[in-house]
Write a protein that binds this ligand. Structure first.
Ligand code: NDP
Length: 501
């Protein structure tokens, strides 16, 4: 069994009441109040406004006006860049408060969230740099009579919808790039973890972002999601969440042919060859599967092990799993926090039970941990999994690792690709032929070689197949929030149509 850290009652807890940010003002909603019960502590920690379509309409109207007539899209890149740098500094200065909300509301280990906040600061700074470098193209090669200039213009109003698992990090993968391009936005965080995004609203105002440029509404996707993704005044939707809601988002946006960017689920394989460094791999396997309690689109939830080393690899991973510290999200020592809701806990444990019923075995863990409050699950290794089992194909989104085996590189690549998802993958081998052989053939947006889940603001992130559409981060991230416009300029006398005949 893993090491357990029993949650302590939250010291000095005062339930925090939040309003929404619309047109530069903090405001109530029309749909009542949503209470967030902390998944690791079982007590109410925050109260949010439940937005209705009326509120969403106001937020979209404010963003539209700020885009059509406000100063933000008309500023120089340098002015926008300086504002984004101020936001980055304010995030860094307020990191502890932001981290507390993500830890408590999403059940994430506080030490981990501090790292995510550091990553978010870096992304805001990176987007600030890109704001000054956004440019189009010119064509001086079209003959004496023509000059072509391709402008990049901000796309307009963007609806940004984010999930609960990395509340601050994911809004930071979208909003700074939209702002760098000159867009305005309506942001809706998950109803389960809205605190850090609303606190960001305060920091945006402090940094000098004009009223209406960023509007933050809270509440359920069911209440406002369809309006945010179908409204004719919204030009683009940037969504991170489940593949099911991603498909719905695309359907809703199709009526007005909006641009859609989707970051969705994953069932990410790690392929391990016989010559891999098993000590390093075992650590990465435990990290990849149990980081963020496995509630991670990038989770390395499928191990595809060469048959000759499978037994040893599973034994090593089980040994390390016993050292993982599960429990109180607010304890600095915790590595795996709480499961987001009781309903999600049931979904994860049902997946494990179904795998057992289908003939798989439990090599480690397998169920819930009673830590006195909240809902927690033991890191779990399911062995003897075959590619046809649901646990090998469906996203579990919990701390559950499925282990499959292979004999040849071709078979490993086939198993890796034979699912609906294609977000990321890992390959472990001392031989370049194996690493590149898999790296070039696996259909995934990111492939790690002899490491797992490393990232950098410079590196694009996104999925193949049903894991998404488009890429975030990287130097093209700002361009995603733009349209191109061709200026075709004529120089000198123009020959007429009739003369040409
Ligand atoms: P959901 O798809 O349920 O929700 C994501 C967001 O969409 C939430 O803000 C939700 O609001 C909102 N939403 C719900 N219904 C609608 C709708 N009809 N129209 C528009 N928006 C709607 O995902 P979860 O929050 O449960 O997050 C977990 C999922 O996200 C996992 O499947 C995971 O793989 C994926 N994910 C993908 C990532 C990636 O980058 N590829 C990163 C992180 C997560 P509310 O919940 O408040 O009702």
């Amino acid at each position: 069994m893993s090491i357990q850290i029993r949650p302590a009652a939250i010291a000095g807890l005062k339930v925090r009441e939040f309003e929404m940010l619309i047109d530069g003002r903090w405001t109530g909603g029309q749909g009542g109040i949503i209470e967030r019960v902390a998944p690791g502590h079982g007590v109410t920690v925050s109260r949010y406004q439940a937005a209705t379509e009326l509120d969403a309409n106001r937020a979209i109207a404010a963003a539209r006006t700020a885009f059509d007539t406000g100063p933000w899209p008309r500023m120089t890149g340098a002015e926008r860049s300086n504002t984004l740098l101020r936001v980055a500094d304010l995030i860094a200065a307020n990191a502890e408060e932001l981290a507390w909300f993500d830890a408590v509301e999403a059940g994430k280990p506080i030490a981990q969230v501090r790292g995510e906040l550091g990553g978010a600061v870096d992304i805001w700074r990176y987007a600030a740099a890109l704001a000054r470098d956004l440019h189009g193209e010119s064509y001086n090669t079209l003959g004496d009579g023509t000059l072509g200039v391709v402008l990049r213009e901000a796309i307009g109003v963007v609806s940004i919808i984010t999930p609960w698992n990395f509340p601050f990090l994911i809004v930071s993968q979208k909003l700074p790039f939209a702002l760098a391009a000159g867009c305005t936005a309506v942001v809706k965080p998950s109803e389960l973890s809205s605190g850090s995004t609303l606190l960001l609203g305060r920091l945006l105002i402090e940094a000098g972002i004009p009223a209406g440029v960023v509007n933050i509404i809270t509440g359920t996707g069911a209440a406002v999601g369809s309006l945010m993704t179908s409204h004719r005044d919204v030009d683009m939707v940037s969504f991170t969440g489940s593949t099911g809601v991603g498909k719905l988002t695309m359907r809703n946006a199709s009526e007005t042919l909006k641009k859609v960017s989707l970051e969705l689920g994953g069932k990410n394989p790690q392929i391990v060859f016989a010559d891999a460094n098993l000590e390093e791999f075992a650590d990465a396997a435990v990290f990849g599967a149990f980081f963020n309690a496995g509630e991670c689109c990038n989770a390395g939830s499928r191990l595809i092990l060469h048959r000759s080393i499978a037994e040893e690899a599973i034994a090593r991973i089980a040994t390390l799993s016993a050292k993982v510290r599960v429990g109180d999200p607010l304890n600095d020592e915790t590595q795996v926090g709480a499961i987001i809701t009781p309903m999600h806990f049931d979904k994860v444990t049902n997946h494990v039970a179904a795998a057992e019923a289908a003939g798989a075995g439990i090599a480690f863990g397998g169920g819930g941990l009673d830590l006195g409050m909240g809902q927690f699950m033991a890191p779990t290794i399911v062995s003897g999994v075959t590619p046809d089992m649901a646990i090998a194909r469906e996203e579990v989104f919990g701390p559950v690792l499925s282990v499959l085996t292979f004999d040849t590189l071709d078979e490993a690549v086939h198993i890796a690709n034979d699912v609906d998802y294609g977000l990321s993958a890992g390959v472990w081998s001392a031989a370049m032929d194996n690493c590149l052989g898999v790296g070039r053939r696996v259909r995934a947006g990111t492939v790690w070689m002899n490491t797992f889940m490393d990232g950098a603001s410079e590196l694009p992130f996104g999925g193949y197949k049903q894991s998404g559409l488009g890429r975030e981060l990287g130097r093209h991230a700002v361009e995603d929030y733009t349209e191109t416009k061709t200026l075709n300029m004529h120089i000198g006398a123009r020959s007429t149509w009739w003369v040409q005949r």
